[in-house]
Ligand binder design. Structure first.
Ligand code: NAP
Ligand code: F7E
Length: 409
């Protein structure tokens, strides 16, 4: 932790008095405490589903969002809950805003879902990813330790922790061998959660969730990229789908099933870490084939593989065993692989059809730039290829090469 942050924490104690008493509600004549939850990353895929679940259970829900120039509330709007949650601006890199969020919300439970969650981008922005995905959790753990150790803490851990592990299926005791800056950062927070649990007796748990998808998934992720493209191709709006490593295998489940597991974990008598997965693994190619065949198209006519979409290091196969969660709280996935693909393709097809019909509604896809134009890595690679094509070096280039020690005079 940097100096400013530890000094800042000393001020935490003075915030304790700002905590307000809990509200009550009456259910069947019995007065019950209204539980309060703080969800970080409420604008992402999981945040709105979790918020919806907690609202239905009678919670008062607070959510943090990044105060940027263009607000990103479309998912909360799609679920019709944007006005039912209290939104607090906060950034995981900014201790002051996190303390403020905890003070304002006075939560019983914190669900730390905020993250730089795109594995591919973590190779381009490793330091940012480390600050947000590793130190972000520790900032919360420190706030809880100083402010109120009764606050329960959920950390969004990930199957990416298993990375290069060869054990199959992976479970809570499988070796963790991260294969990306994202996974390395999440491994740090995974251990910090365990360390704070064991050192200070805090209720802090890791949900080791395998990939989970939905119509609210970000367009950067492969499943949503596929469902969105298949819908557009079927409607004549797009002619090809460009993908990277289609032979990677993932254990894909349905996001609403997974946020339910998060909540169940937080209701256990003792904090612990749990794998949440379906136990089935499919390749990206299988997802593609299933998605195209759902709309009656042959994927081979449309899919192009492109080296520029390959990661410097990928995770080849993930398949999880949720046995521990099933035994502890009866969790099982409800939606199958085939159903998941259908749900996602149908949702995107329906959205584009409505869009063509002139209807307007909150949704991300029409504002999304062409992916190949926005990947910084690709721009650099393209420039390098262009430079390599030039047959003769200019005098300046030759001088530079000599100065850099790459050529003899
Ligand atoms: P997501 O859609 O990418 O959402 C990430 C959220 O984090 C967004 O609300 C984003 O805000 C916010 N965020 C990013 N940087 C932030 C920062 N510096 N400060 C505050 N907020 C920040 O992710 P998701 O799919 O919902 O996943 C939720 C969590 O579970 C993540 O931690 C992810 O790493 C983890 N996880 C996901 C999966 C999966 O398959 N979905 C599996 C295992 C673990 P903006 O809207 O402003 O960008
Ligand atoms: O990639 C391959 C890619 O980006 C899946 C995050 O939620 O789940 C997610 O991480 C696979 C990889 O998800 C493209 O190389 C091929 O092997 O959809 P993804 P992810 O990396 O598994 C874990 C559990 C998390 O914790 C993360 O936060 O698909 N792939 N072609 C591609 N991937 C993308 N994105 N785009 C392609 O064109």
């Amino acid at each position: 932790m940097v100096n400013g942050e530890s000094t800042f924490l000393k001020l935490v104690v003075s915030h304790r008095n700002a905590f307000k008493a809990h509200a009550f509600r009456a259910t069947r004549g019995i007065l019950m405490v209204i539980k309060r939850a703080l969800i970080t990353g409420i604008t992402g895929q999981d945040g709105p589903y979790l918020a919806q679940l907690l609202l239905n259970k009678g919670y008062r829900v607070f959510g943090t969002y990044r105060r940027v120039s263009t607000p990103n509330f479309w998912r909360l709007q799609q679920l019709g809950i944007v006005n039912r949650v209290t939104l607090i601006p906060a950034d995981l890199g900014d201790m002051a805003s996190l303390l403020e969020a905890v003070t304002i919300s006075n939560p019983d439970e914190i669900y730390n879902l905020a993250a730089q969650s795109f594995v591919g981008n973590s190779f381009d922005q490793p330091l940012l990813t480390t600050d947000i995905d590793a130190s972000g959790a520790t900032r919360f753990l420190e706030i809880i330790r100083h402010l109120n150790k009764k606050i329960k803490f959920y950390q969004a851990s990930t199957s990416e922790l298993f990375g290069a592990s060869i054990e199959n299926p992976q479970h809570e005791k499988t070796d963790m061998l991260p294969n990306s800056p994202y996974a390395a950062a999440k491994l740090h927070s995974f251990h910090m959660v365990r360390i704070y649990r064991e050192s200070y007796g805090m209720f802090a748990c890791n949900g080791i969730l395998f990939n989970h998808e939905s119509p609210l998934r970000g367009l950067e992720f492969v499943t949503r990229k596929i469902s969105n493209s298949v819908a557009r191709i079927k409607l004549g709006l797009q002619s090809e789908l460009r993908l990277g490593n289609i032979y990677a295998y993932r254990d894909w489940g349905f996001a609403p099933d997974y946020v339910y597991a998060m909540w169940r974990m937080m209701q256990q008598p003792k904090a612990d870490d749990f794998v949440i997965a379906t136990g089935e693994s499919h390749s990206v190619a299988e997802f593609v084939e299933e998605a195209f065949s759902h709309v009656g198209l042959d994927w081979k006519k449309y899919v192009v593989t492109d080296q520029r979409l390959h990661r410097p290091l990928d995770v080849h196969q993930l398949c999880g065993s949720p046995k521990k969660a099933t035994a502890a709280f009866g969790w099982k996935p409800k939606v199958t692989f085939k159903q998941l693909v259908k749900i996602m393709v149908d949702a995107d097809f329906d959205r584009w059809q409505q869009y063509i019909a002139g209807k307007s509604f909150p949704w991300d896809a029409p504002n999304y730039s062409h992916e190949m134009d926005i990947l910084s890595r690709n721009v650099v690679r393209d420039a390098q290829k262009e430079a390599a094509k030039k047959p003769k070096k200019t005098v300046t280039q030759k001088i530079l090469q000599v100065l850099n020690g790459n050529a003899r005079v």
